[in-house]
Design a protein around this ligand. Sequence first.
Ligand code: DGY
Length: 332
Amino acid sequence: MSSDVNKPPILVTRAIFPEVIARLAEHFTVESNPDDTLWDRAELVRRLQGKVGVFTTGVERVDADLLARCPSLKICANMTVGYNNFDLAAMTAAGVLGTNAPDVLTETTADFGFALLMATARRVTESEHFLRAGHWTRWSYDMFSGAEVHGSTLGILGMGRIGQAIARRGALGFGMQVIYHNRSPLSDALEQECKARYVSKEELLKTADHLVLVVPYSAASHHAIGAAELALMKPTATLINIARGGVVDDAALAQALKDRVIAAAGLDVFEGEPSVHPALLQVPNVVLTPHIASATEGTRRAMAKLAVDNLVGYLVHGRAVTALNPEVASRT
Ligand code: DGY
């Protein structure tokens, strides 16, 4: 732990780039976790005692109970854009600022969404497993025949920044017709830029050849895709989840994949991750990746830097860059 009596104490919950710790240490007394030990909640609470700030990675649950037990806390800075680990209402009530890391990961995450779509539609991992297992002994006309991507209909559920970046890739790069559903439609100018058309959720489900989920997780989006929604989709469709586990009912999806209600799925996020529903591991027509959509070195550095900017900005200069509950900041 770097220590200086005049520097406010903060906690970094997981191992992170050395430059992050070095920059934080210029301003704070930093307790870090270089061994990347997974602390349980009791340990996290213990280490948060006396800390004014915490650098979080999007999974540490910050709720009323934790806040009551950590009264010195002023800011929790996620290095992720998703912040479903924060109970923002409880944080606001406790006068604790929450920040996330938007924008810096948009294009990288959209790239990965497309990679997963391509791998799923064209059966990349399934056919690789077949080859590695030594089953490739001859050519056949229908071997690993997949779904067309170019010129098909791309559906997007959740049309924030990442959804828009995926739409641009689909429309401009692959000549896809792009339809989307969102809480509210985009402006005409943005729709034109993304070449995307707003449709009802039902039309989205019924029409998309490839449906990409980019909607933030909340009580409202919990199991937005379950058995009933999957039943509306085309039997030839693919489903891609780069949003959050919990947006999809994984048990229902595994059953739908087994029964060929839809053709295939590509999943980067899971309910209860890092556990994966065992039934998903049994079906061949799903591509599974361990929540890596934003994982390029440059992007992960940019995400971590934004979390540091928020900690330094708020605790040293009184102003965070990407505050989620700015009303807290204006109260101090
Ligand atoms: C995010 O930033 O929310 C991503 O899911 C983390 O990789």
